[in-house]
Design a protein around this ligand. Structure first.
Ligand SMILES: CC(C)(COP(=O)(O)OP(=O)(O)OC[C@H]1O[C@@H](n2cnc3c(N)ncnc32)[C@H](O)[C@@H]1OP(=O)(O)O)[C@@H](O)C(=O)NCCC(=O)NCCS
Length: 211
């Protein structure tokens, strides 16, 4: 039997919300707390317009972004993030990070989620290696929102966070030798090659944070 047609504004709003969810539009929680059906529809249309604008690939406004320490609640979403197929050799999947955190708790990294409008869309890890060296790794942004300035914002925020915490040593990382765009990106941030940390196909890079 087919469902009865929506007749009241409340029905229409509920159907619209169901459809938005079905096509993968994530609404801000304020949108679903609205009680007035007319207001709920207006908010839903606004959210839909914002989602459509997202697909237009403009730069993302920094006020929509946040770096937050990962909690248990983040992992189901983080484990669904995907890089482009050709980027898969460059970074382990988030599940591998979760496994390492779970099965090697004596050697933990700090894991950060990059949030867009409160939704995790990327991540990275940071780990002290020596008193004057922290190691940056597992950096990824979901393929759906790459190329919009989020990675650059997250990386600069990370370096600022270290500086604000009073860290004055070196930041090191490995980058795949076949990932020239990202090598260029790190070079622009002041990183230079550090062959003492080359590992297989991955080149070592390092920068010294100013004192
Ligand atoms: C690296 C990564 C996190 C950057 O995130 P992002 O949100 O796409 O980055 P931005 O939009 O801020 O772009 C930052 C710079 O990255 C470079 N870049 C990254 N990936 C690129 C690609 N596939 N093609 C071209 N440039 C790329 C560009 O130089 C860009 O600079 P621009 O803004 O001057 O063009 C993302 O591309 C990613 O997840 N890549 C796959 C995983 C990976 O390679 N991680 C790095 C491990 S060391």
């Amino acid at each position: 039997m087919t469902a009865p047609l929506a007749t009241t504004p409340t029905d229409q709003a509920d159907r619209f919300f169901s459809w938005l969810r079905a096509v993968g539009v994530v609404l801000p929680s304020c949108a679903i707390k609205q009680n007035q059906p007319g207001e709920r529809l207006r908010v839903a249309h606004t959210a839909l317009a914002a989602a459509a604008a997202d697909r237009d690939c403009g730069a993302v406004a920094p006020e929509r972004l946040a770096l937050v320490p990962v909690t248990q609640q983040h992992w189901p979403t983080l484990c669904r993030l995907r890089v482009r197929p050709e980027q898969e050799p460059f970074v382990p999947p988030p599940l591998a990070v979760l496994r390492a955190q779970t099965f090697d708790p004596a050697n933990p990294s700090d894991v950060f989620a990059i949030e867009l409008d409160g939704r995790p869309i990327g991540m990275f890890t940071s780990k002290p290696r020596r008193p004057n060296l922290v190691w940056f790794a597992h950096f990824l942004v979901d393929q759906s929102v790459q190329g919009r300035g989020i990675g650059r914002w997250a990386f600069q925020s990370y370096l600022n966070m270290l500086a604000r915490a009073g860290f004055r040593g070196n930041v090191g990382l490995n980058v795949h030798r076949d990932n020239p765009a990202v090598i260029q990106f790190y070079s622009e941030q002041g990183f230079s090659f550090d062959p003492t940390n080359d590992v297989g196909e991955h080149l070592g890079m390092q920068v010294t944070l100013p004192g």
